[in-house]
Design a binder for this molecule. Structure first.
Ligand SMILES: [Zn+2]
Length: 272
């Protein structure tokens, strides 16, 4: 079985998004004069090499990589881009150090169980690259003379979600803080803190902004506002259940999301 090819869409002036059928993933490319920025590198070395080759069909300029968060599907494809600066939130590097090997095994096993040995093998063979340029709360880059701002607004979908803003284009790369086409993923999330992280992102996304989720098609500000309300509702349910004021069953009934999503959120640390 071969994977479906990706396709580029231009969401703003010299800001491209590459969409993949695999995991409905979106990655980004920001082009300046004499430099470009690749936002996320896909899930294994082979996938990263495909992305690198496709970027090279568009521009020969030297690239910088930024990783939106440590989850494998965004961070494991970095090796083919070296040597280059690799930016991420500092928790991303820590998570890749602590959990990377285990994550690699777990996803290789999962793909193998799904009968997708090709991807399982690719993940198993992948060398995890640690980001070498770390952001605590905020950092600015000049990508071929073009300003790009990387911001960490606290824990949310993961412990290290970095938002990448291209102010002159009105584009915000949200990582998985925003999800389109599927419910937000709570497996590593901090449900009570997630709404505040989305508020930080919304502070960058003015009217007319394009927000690029880590999965699914790009969205507008209104979509993010609506998803923020749902995530806040889930946070409220988590709080009620943790305080013993509501049963998990009742929370599932009231949740804007499917049962498995809600139960995953309820199972996360109530203080976190
Ligand atoms: Zn993720």
């Amino acid at each position: 079985m071969r994977r479906m090819e990706g396709r580029w869409i231009e969401v703003a002036d010299r800001v491209l998004v590459r969409r993949y059928a695999e995991l409905d993933l979106s990655v980004g490319l920001v082009m300046g004069d004499g430099g470009c920025l690749v936002v996320d590198t896909r899930g294994d070395e082979r996938q990263g090499a495909e992305l690198a080759a496709e970027v090279r069909r568009i521009t020969r300029d030297p690239w910088t990589v930024v990783i939106t968060h440590s989850h494998f599907d965004h961070s494991f494809g970095t090796r083919p881009f070296l040597e280059c600066p690799v930016w991420a939130q500092e928790g991303c590097r820590a998570d890749l150090v602590e959990e990377g090997a285990r994550t690699k095994e777990a996803w290789a096993r999962r793909y193998r169980e799904e009968g997708r040995a090709d991807i399982a093998d690719d993940i198993a063979k992948t060398e995890i690259i640690l980001p070498d340029r770390l952001v605590t709360d905020r950092a600015e880059l000049a990508v071929g003379g073009r300003d790009v701002v990387m911001s960490y607004f606290g824990r949310g979908h993961s412990g290290n979600d970095l938002v990448v803003h291209v102010p002159d284009a009105g584009v915000v790369f949200a990582g998985d803080l925003v999800e389109n086409g599927a419910p937000p993923a709570y497996g590593d999330a901090y449900p009570l803190e997630w709404p505040a992280a989305v508020d930080g992102l919304l502070g960058l996304a003015g009217d007319g902004a394009v927000v690029v989720p880590g999965h699914g098609d790009p969205v507008d500000r209104e979509f993010v506002v609506a998803q923020r309300a749902e995530i806040a509702a889930v946070a409220g349910l988590c709080r009620e259940v943790a305080a013993g004021r509501m049963s998990a069953q009742e929370a599932v009934r009231l949740s804007p999301y499917p049962e498995d999503t809600t139960r995953t959120a309820l199972g996360r640390p109530a203080g976190g």
